[in-house]
Design a protein around this ligand. Structure first.
Ligand code: B12
Ligand code: SF4
Length: 531
């Protein structure tokens, strides 16, 4: 075994309903699988371990003792989201064990954001699409290449490989993932698939790392076709989550996907982010391509129904046109979708020019016309600049919002402010703050206590508005998600037949079947240990 890759260590906090719920990640670590696929093509023997949260420290120890040999070069860890204190401790503990017992094995942590990956204590960090960066690093570790290019994080002093700048890996025409028998993929899993990298737009609030990419980075039709075919033939996979920042950014990409699917002898189903304004402006041929492809579960980032707010952040279509367009899409897609159509909406509470009046107007429309699909409001999130050039997109957003008139509460006032919100919100926010402060490398990172330019409300008010929105929506039996413990599950992380997924996604009253998911993970663990 040349490399072992761990993923799914994370348990995630979800603190919106007051409680700090710890949510285990029931999805696989697709970043690891992508890197593993890439390295295997060069002859490396790489094993991936998903759902690491489900393994106790002792079980992980036994697992690495069983797998690591003198041939093992590295341990990889994929960190997708900011890990909780509990998961950070567990990763660090096992990495320390490995470095003590197997000093020749280097640890490499990878993921999208340097801020998140550096919570972990490792030998090397790779932020960004990591295929070429890991090639460079492994060559240099084996003494066969030029020294690897690092950057030093100003705050933490940690050296990070900035894959975005120093080892750019887009376009990636063959970004397929190939699984192995030892991954124990089961028939009803929803798998991730990448059709392109980056986004051609640059919305003001967006923290995705590769924005304003003007070139078409879409994958090759053949590569997509082969991946879909292989997964169906080997594992029976039909359901996918497309990880692109904007899946429908180009009509040609929708045509490419439709053409790949037309060559298959089964009908897959895709779910992913779609820009509603683009969809509304695209011709019906593109709608038909999306339907033929089976890309009929959409997550629309509409963000606001206040025209001024939309224009200020890069979503300028007139709200009346958006509303009409959404209804037309629903009407067109629902009867034509090969499996089913769903249109989740995500909205932001707290954009410039947004008032409680405009928020309430939007709420009224959604509760009247968009009841069969889930709607998630999230309070605007502004991340402080951590002095880290790799994640500069986050810091730049905050700077832009400051230019638009946002100010921040003094950190010293935070305790006082928390005294005025619901005690449950207070408790959970305090937990988040404490955890972040305790993770020494991020001591100085403050947290999001913005005040709206109107001076009428702040972040805590936005949280309360969102909570009320959810209560109302639940009260009328309409779909809602986000900001609430287990409700945050979405189709992409649900394992189930398409019929189950449809029920869950459309009504959201049927919770994801935890029994099924839990059983799947436990079964996976048993098989991995027995290997
Ligand atoms: C899929 C996805 C989800 C899914 C996750 C479930 C699933 N099915 O996988 C869902 C929809 C649930 C989700 C939810 C959220 N998400 Co999300 N999501 C993504 C998304 C779109 C794609 C991730 C992915 O699978 N990519 C495909 C795989 C193949 O790529 P990858 O993991 O990035 O791996 C590459 C590199 O990172 C690197 N790499 C990864 N691992 C490793 C390991 C090693 C050893 C090496 C060398 C390299 C390496 O190389 C890989 C190949 O190039 C990213 C944005 C993006 N475009 O990256 C955001 C992203 C991960 N999400 C983000 C956020 C903020 C959220 C939410 C908090 C949003 C919200 N406010 O609710 C929630 C939190 C969910 C939770 N934990 O409760 C942020 C995370 C920021 C951070 N880390 O600090 C991201 C980065 C978007 C952003 N703003 O930039 N998300
Ligand atoms: S919000 Fe969506 S469309 Fe806008 S820049 Fe981000 S990914 Fe692109």
């Amino acid at each position: 075994m040349h490399g072992l890759m761990f993923g799914g260590f994370q348990t995630t906090e979800n603190y919106g309903n007051g409680e700090t719920n710890i949510v285990n990640e029931y999805y696989r670590s697709f970043g690891n699988h992508r890197i593993a696929t890439h390295l295997r093509k060069q002859g490396w023997d790489i094993e991936v371990l998903d759902y690491s949260w489900a393994f106790s420290y002792e079980e992980l120890k036994d697992y690495v003792d069983d797998r690591i040999t003198k041939e093992t070069v590295f341990i990889g860890v994929s960190v997708l989201f900011i890990p909780t204190q509990e998961s950070t401790k567990k990763i660090n503990r096992i990495l320390r064990y490995i470095s003590r017992k197997y000093p020749w094995v280097k640890s490499i942590v990878g993921g999208v954001k340097s801020w998140a990956i550096t919570f972990v204590e490792a030998d090397y960090y790779i932020a960004g699409h990591g295929e070429y960066a890991i090639d460079g690093l492994l060559k240099s570790l084996m003494g066969r290449g030029e020294p690897v290019r690092f950057k030093r994080n100003e705050k933490s002093g940690i050296k990070i490989i900035d894959a975005y700048k120093d080892y750019p890996c887009w376009p990636k025409r063959d970004a397929s993932i190939s699984y192995e028998e030892r991954d124990f993929i089961t028939k009803h899993e929803t798998m991730n698939i990448e059709l392109a990298r980056g986004c051609r737009f640059k919305c003001k609030y967006c923290t995705f790392p590769l924005l304003g990419i003007k070139d078409d980075t879409s994958r090759d039709e053949d590569s997509v076709y082969e991946e879909l075919k292989e997964n169906y033939e080997k594992w029976g996979t039909v359901s996918y989550y497309v990880t692109d920042d904007t899946v429908n950014d180009r009509p040609e990409k929708m045509r490419m996907l439709a053409n790949a699917v037309r060559r298959l002898d089964f009908r897959p189903h895709f779910n992913g982010y779609a820009r509603a304004d683009l969809l509304i402006s695209h011709p019906k041929e593109t709608w038909d391509d999306m339907i033929d492809a089976g890309f009929t579960s959409h997550s629309y980032g509409v963000e606001t129904f206040n025209h001024m707010a939309g224009k200020a952040v890069g979503k300028g279509m007139h709200p009346d046109k958006t509303k009409e367009g959404l209804l037309e899409i629903q009407e067109y897609f629902t009867p034509r979708a090969p499996h089913f159509y769903t249109g989740s909406l995500t909205m932001i509470c707290g954009l410039p020019h947004e008032t409680f009046k405009s928020l309430d107007d939007g709420k009224e429309w959604l509760n009247k016309y968009w009841r069969n699909h889930t709607v998630g409001y999230l309070p605007l999130y502004l991340q402080n600049d951590d002095g880290d050039a790799i994640d500069e997109v986050d810091g730049n957003i905050t700077k832009d919002f400051i230019k638009m008139g946002y100010t921040f509460h003094e950190v010293d006032d935070v305790d006082y402010l928390l005294g005025m919100v619901h005690p449950l919100i207070k408790r959970s926010l305090k937990t988040v703050l404490r955890e972040r402060a305790e993770l020494s490398k991020h001591k100085e990172a403050k947290f999001n206590y913005w005040i709206h330019p109107s001076g009428d409300y702040d972040w805590l008010d936005a949280i309360e508005w969102v909570m009320e929105f959810q209560h109302i929506r639940e009260g009328i039996g309409a779909g809602t998600y986000c900001f609430k413990g287990e409700d945050a599950w979405k189709t992409e992380s649900v394992n189930g037949t398409l019929e189950n997924i449809k029920d869950y996604y459309k009504e959201n009253r049927k919770m994801a079947d935890f029994e099924v998911k839990h059983h799947l993970v436990m079964d996976y663990k048993r098989k991995k240990i027995a290997l």
